[in-house]
Design a protein around this ligand. Structure first.
Ligand code: AMP
Ligand code: MG
Length: 417
């Protein structure tokens, strides 16, 4: 109900991360359309097809050693020399193994019919006085050093599934069954800009010439790199000044031909924070106070057909909120089946005696003893913590940590692929 008297501003309640993520993901309708790319270029893309093998890998039984293909029953006596009846290098097909003989064979070469083991060359002896003969010094086990046909991939198997985030090994596997191209999800088109009149681009002003109050724009660098690692096509719109008109202009142009507008800074509620009113004027915006540390302010909205996400300006807040919220959002836009990383149970080798009412993402590093060390300064402005650290502890709200406690660790390597 409208009342004539102005109400005091009410602070919105803090929203739990899981709830915010679920709500955010509900807006992430996967992009339609797919793209065919060379398998060479598919690293980091999300697969938009099931990849089914038309053949088995390996195609036939083959040797995993340089040595001799033998019949086990014929080489049990180490004193007897056997004739080498054929030579089978990789890439050639031998013929059936003559009884009472062995075949010289090389790694990857098909096992000749009749042979039932390979003896590695180190376990054999060629005889100076008997050319073309070899003595098997070590009686083989049946099937030793034989890679079985189809042991990697069986014919008709789905080797990669729709929704998989392609890794270098996945590209190799696709190639091993003859796939030279792959159908992948379209790259999300992301317009990126930073807000803040204090921001200066490295290279534009030398450190010694920086005016008081100025800082270099660091968020732009890691956000662009993070987006690119997630398969996005990034339009970098640079720094937008803290002015209503400039912010409106930037948003208007970014909403053309982009799936997502991503900004950093300006989503707090100070009067220099122009993002909120500007997005609200052009579209819709929800400003969320998420109960995580670092990273409280976060905004989601829409401008035209584009999604809008506003990240906090503090570098570590920006970095962490990107990883826990924007990353799953972008993966879902690409139809990825796994959106989140499973944490690992690890031992804390430090004390964290002050519980926080927010869920914390503490920057830590694995040590040689198999535990985790804490970066001393966990401030949201200290980007060094995210470089020194190789991951974060996902520490529930209200939880202290004592030396030796088991904690939930998320390695950056799992989030940055
Ligand atoms: P804001 O969210 O705009 O209030 O910014 C919060 C803090 O983050 C301020 O100290 C800003 O100077 C800093 N900040 C904002 N944007 C950036 C950026 N792109 N790079 C580095 N620091 C930033
Ligand atoms: Mg600002």
């Amino acid at each position: 109900m409208n009342t004539p008297t102005a109400k005091p501003a009410v602070r919105p309640p803090l929203r739990a991360l899981d709830e915010a993520l679920a709500e955010l993901l509900a807006h992430a309708i996967p992009l339609t359309g797919r793209e065919t790319v060379s398998t060479f270029d598919a690293d980091g893309r999300v697969l938009a097809q099931d990849v089914v093998s038309a053949l088995q890998v390996p195609p036939e039984d083959n040797s995993s050693m340089d040595g001799y293909a033998v019949r086990v029953a014929e080489v049990l006596d180490a004193t007897v020399a056997l004739r080498v009846s054929q030579r089978i290098p990789a890439g050639s097909a031998g013929s059936a193994l003559e009884p009472g003989t062995v075949a010289r064979i090389f790694t990857g070469a098909p096992i000749p019919a009749g042979a039932d083991a390979v003896v590695m060359q180190e376990d054999t002896e060629t005889l100076a006085d008997q050319d073309g003969f070899v003595r098997i010094k070590q009686a083989p086990q049946p099937a030793q050093w034989i890679r079985r046909a189809g042991e990697d991939v069986t014919r008709g198997a789905t080797v990669l599934s729709k929704g998989e985030l392609l890794s270098p090994a996945a590209l190799g596997l696709a190639a091993s069954i003859g796939m030279d191209v792959l159908q992948v999800a379209k790259r999300p088109r992301v317009a990126l800009f930073s807000t803040g009149d204090e921001l200066v681009m490295p290279g534009e002003v030398a450190p010694a010439q920086m005016r008081p109050g100025a800082i270099y724009n660091s968020n732009r660098f890691f956000l662009r790199a993070l987006l690119q690692r997630l398969g996005c096509e990034v339009s970098d719109l640079g720094i937008v000044p803290d002015q209503r008109e400039a912010t409106l202009d930037a948003l208007r142009s970014a909403s053309q031909a982009h799936d997502l507008i991503l900004t950093s800074g300006g989503v707090s509620v100070g009067e220099e924070d122009h993002i909120k009113p500007a997005v609200q004027q052009l579209g819709s915006l929800d400003l969320w106070q998420i109960a995580i540390k670092p990273g409280k302010p976060f905004a989601y909205g829409q401008v035209g057909a584009a999604h809008f996400i506003g990240l906090p300006g503090n570098p570590v807040s920006s970095f962490i909120t990107f990883l826990v919220l924007v990353r799953p959002f972008l993966l879902k836009l690409q139809g990825a089946s796994v959106l989140q990383t499973q944490p690992l149970a690890m031992r804390a080798d430090f004390d964290w005696p002050r519980a926080d009412k927010r869920r914390e993402f503490l920057r830590v590093k694995r040590n040689a003893a198999g535990g985790l060390d804490l970066f001393a300064n966990q401030s949201s402005g200290v980007l060094t913590s995210a470089v020194w650290g190789d991951g974060v502890i996902d520490n529930p709200a209200g939880r202290t940590i004592a030396h030796g406690d088991t904690v939930q660790f998320i390695p950056f390597s799992a989030l940055l692929s």
